[in-house]
Design a protein around this ligand. Sequence first.
Ligand code: TYD
Ligand code: MG
Length: 462
Amino acid sequence: MASKKISVFFCQECGNETSKWSGKCPSCGAWNSLVEETVEKTSLKTRARTSDVKPTKLVDVTASNEQRISTNIEEFDRVLGGGIVPGSMILVGGDPGIGKSTLLLQTCQHLCRSNINVMYVSGEESLQQIKIRADRIGEFNDKLDLLCETSLDTIKAVVEREMPTVLIIDSIQTMFNEAVGSAPGSVSQVRESTGVLMEIAKGKGIAVFIVGHVTKEGTVAGPRVLEHMVDTVLYFEGDRHASYRVLRGVKNRFGSTNEIGVFEMRDTGLEQVKNPSAVMLDGRPENATGSIVTCSMEGTRPILVEIQSLVSKTAFEIPRRMATGCDYNRVNLLVAVLERMRDVKANRACGIFLGRSDIYVNIAGGIRINEPAIDLAIAIAIYSSEKDIPMDAKTIVFGEIGLSGEVRSVAMAEQRVSEAKKLGFQKAIIPYSNIPSVKNISGIEVIGVSNVKEAVDAISHK
Ligand code: TYD
Ligand code: MG
C-alpha cells in the first residue's frame, strides 16, 4: 500500500472534492466555498475477489422486527419517527448555544432511567462542566458513562470495550482522526470521523447521535457535508433569545420528515411543549392592526400562529421589505397580489398601493413556516396594517394564494379548523373549495372565500 500527501480542495457546503481551486464549486454552485486541505491518498492494491460476490434476493432478506428505543421524550420520539433505531446514525445540527448538548444530555437521562446504557462523549466540555449542566437538569442514575475525548481511535477502543446501546458524540467538529492530517473541524476530518463512527454504528448496532454546529461563515465544516452519510438529520432551531425551540427532521431513513418537536428552554433544561398553539398565541395583542392568526400543519400537528405585519411609509428610495419566519419572496409575491387585487363580482380593480411603503412581516414566537397555507393570513395582515383596521381576534384564516389572487384549497383543512375551535376561535375564513371537508365541524362559523377580495370583505364585516 503506497500513500502520499496531496493537496486538494473541499467545498464547505457540499463536501465536493476537486484538485483545482475555483471561485465557484463545480458541484453545488456555491461561491467562494472551496478550502485547501492536505490529504493522504492511499492506493489500495488488494481488491476483493469479485467472482465471490453474489446479490441477495429481497425475499430472502429477513429484517428482525424493528425494535425502536424510546427516548421517553414524546416530542423527540415523534421527530425520530417513533424512537431510536438501533445501529442508526442521527445528526443533530443547530447554531451554537441553541441547546443541542442540553437536549442530548436530557435524552441520556431518560434513556438511563429505562436501563439503557449510554455513553456521552464530549470534545467540548470537561467532566465538571457536564456535571454542572446535569445538575440543572435533574437526577441521573449510574447508567450514563461520560468520556471527555477527541481522539477517535481512543473513543473507538472505549466504545468497543464498553458496548453502550446509545453513543453520543458532542460535537463532530471537535473529533480528531489521526489518519487524517488536517485540523479538527475541516471537511476531510469531519467526513473521515463520521466514517469511523458509521463503522461503529453499523458494525456493532450502536445508535450514534452526532452533534454538529452550523456556522454562517463556514470556517468549520458545516454538517451539511454529513447529511448524505447519516440516516437521520435533525435541526434544532429557534431564536436564541426566545425560549422556544423547534426540533425538525430534514432527512429520516426511518420515518417522516414532516414532524416537529417543540421545546421550551427553562432554567432546568428543556421542557416539552404539548400544546404549541397555546404557546405560540401567548401574549397576543388585543385590537392591534396587522395581526391575524393562521394555522399551519407541521407534519400531522396543526399549530396556530400569529402573523404580524407592519406597513409604514418609506423614508428611502426603495422601500424595505422584511420577512421573519416566512419566505421573503413569498411576501413580495403577496404584496404584488394585493396591489393587483380585483373585485371579481363588480369586475373592477380594488388593489391597495404599497409601492411607497416599508413592509415587515413576522411570525410571532420565533417559529419558521414555509407552508403556502399561511399566504392568506400574510396578505390579510398586510392589508390590516395598511388600512389601519384591527382584525377580529377570534378569527383564523388560512389558504394558499395564486398569482391571480385566487384562494386555493389546502390539505388537512378539517384538522386546522378543529384546532382553532379547540382554542376558542369563533370564525374561520378558509378556501371555498375546502368547505365540503369541514362540514362536520360545528361550534365555529366557517366562511369559504375564493379570492383575496372576498377574504378581505369577510374579515372586515363582522
Ligand atoms: P447548550 O446545550 O450548551 O447549547 P449547544 O450545545 O447547542 O451549544 O445550551 C446552551 C444554552 O442553553 C445556554 O445559553 C444556556 C441555556 N440553558 C438554559 O437556559 N437552561 C438550562 O437548564 C441549560 C442546561 C441551558
Ligand atoms: Mg454543546
